[in-house]
Design a protein around this ligand. Sequence first.
Ligand SMILES: *[C@@H]1O[C@H](CO)[C@@H](O)[C@H](O)[C@H]1NC(C)=O
Ligand SMILES: *[C@@H]1O[C@H](CO)[C@@H](O)[C@H](O)[C@H]1NC(C)=O
Ligand SMILES: *[C@@H]1O[C@H](CO)[C@@H](O)[C@H](O)[C@H]1NC(C)=O
Ligand SMILES: *[C@@H]1O[C@H](CO)[C@@H](O)[C@H](O)[C@H]1NC(C)=O
Ligand SMILES: *[C@@H]1O[C@H](CO)[C@@H](O)[C@H](O)[C@H]1NC(C)=O
Ligand SMILES: *[C@@H]1O[C@H](CO)[C@@H](O)[C@H](O)[C@H]1NC(C)=O
Length: 270
Amino acid sequence: MNHVKTLPIISLIVFMHQFCTSLDTITINQPIVDGDVIVSTGQTFALGFFSPGKSSYRYLGIWYNKISEKTVVWVANRDSPINDTSGVLSITSHGNLALHSRNQTTPLWFTNASALPTNNCVAQLLDSGNLVLFRSGSAIWQSFEHPTNNLLPNSKLGLDRRKGLNWFLTSWKSSDDPGTGNFSYRFNPEGYPQLFLYEGHVPKWRAGYWNGVRWSGVPAMQRYSFIFNYTIVNNENEISVSWNDVYGSVLTRIVVNESGLFQRLKWHDD
Ligand SMILES: *[C@@H]1O[C@H](CO)[C@@H](O)[C@H](O)[C@H]1NC(C)=O
Ligand SMILES: *[C@@H]1O[C@H](CO)[C@@H](O)[C@H](O)[C@H]1NC(C)=O
Ligand SMILES: *[C@@H]1O[C@H](CO)[C@@H](O)[C@H](O)[C@H]1NC(C)=O
Ligand SMILES: *[C@@H]1O[C@H](CO)[C@@H](O)[C@H](O)[C@H]1NC(C)=O
Ligand SMILES: *[C@@H]1O[C@H](CO)[C@@H](O)[C@H](O)[C@H]1NC(C)=O
Ligand SMILES: *[C@@H]1O[C@H](CO)[C@@H](O)[C@H](O)[C@H]1NC(C)=O
C-alpha cells in the first residue's frame, strides 16, 4: 500500500528537479551537477560544466545560450580543472557558491563573500551574463567583478577603491586550457587613468589616458563611436571603464586572446 502513496512524491521530486534546473537560480537546496545547465530568463546566457577544445577536463562556465558555436565568456575554476564529471556547484551553509568534485572536501573554487551561517542566499544568472550571489536580497558577489578573459557589455575594468578589488582581463593559456595565461588588460592606477596590456608584468601596449572624450592612444575608442559607448567613473570609490553596444546588442564582447590580441567581437546571425 505504501508504495502507492510514495509514487507521486517520487515523480514530483523528479519533476521538480527537471523544472528547477531549467530555471536561472541556484539555491541551497538546488545545486548544479555536471550535466545540468541553467539559463537566464531571456535565454541569452547559460551556466554549466564544459570541456574546452580538445581538453577532457571539466570547468564551470558561462556561455551564450543561443550561439551554436560554444563561446565561453566566464570560467570559475580556470586554474583548478576537474578530472571527471563529478563537479557540483552548490551554496554552502555559510552562503557561498562553492565548486566541489568527488572526494574533495576543500572546494576547488568558492566565492568567499559570506562568512556567517545563513540559508538566505541564492545565486542567479542574469540575462546580462552576470552570475550574482544574493544574501537576503543584496548582491554580495558577482561574476562581473571577477572577469576571466572577456568583458561583457556593462561589466567593468578598473579598481574598486573601497573593497580593494581589481577588475581585469587575463587571457586563457590556450583554446584547450582556460587557465590564467600571460596577457592581461588592466588599469594602471597611478596618475591619469590608463589602460595597459601586460605580458606578465611587462606593459606591451597602452590605450593612453582618458581625456574625457577618448583614449589618447586609440582614436577609434571614443565615448560615442559608431559601435562603442564608454562609461568612465573616477571618484574616491572606484576608477573604472565599462562599455555597451550602441545598438543594445548583448551578443558582443571584448576579449584578450591567447596571443595578447585585444578584440571586440560581435555575433551576427545570418
Ligand atoms: C586530477 O588528477 C591529477 C593527476 O592524477 C591530480 O594531481 C589532481 O589532484 C586531480 N584533480 C582533481 C580536482 O581531482
Ligand atoms: C572517491 O570516493 C569513492 C567512494 O568513497 C571511491 O570509491 C573512489 O575510489 C574515490 N576516488 C578517488 C580518485 O580517490
Ligand atoms: C576569505 O576572505 C577572508 C576575508 O577577506 C580572507 O582573510 C581569507 O584569506 C579568504 N580565504 C580564501 C581561501 O581566499
Ligand atoms: C608564458 O610566458 C612564459 C615565459 O615567457 C612561457 O614560458 C610560457 O610558455 C607562456 N605561457 C603561455 C600559456 O603561453
Ligand atoms: C551609453 O551607456 C549609458 C550607460 O549604460 C546609457 O545610459 C546611455 O544611454 C548609452 N548611450 C548610448 C548612445 O548608447
Ligand atoms: C588572436 O587573434 C588573432 C586575430 O584574430 C589571431 O590571428 C590569433 O591567431 C589569435 N590567437 C590565438 C592564440 O587564437
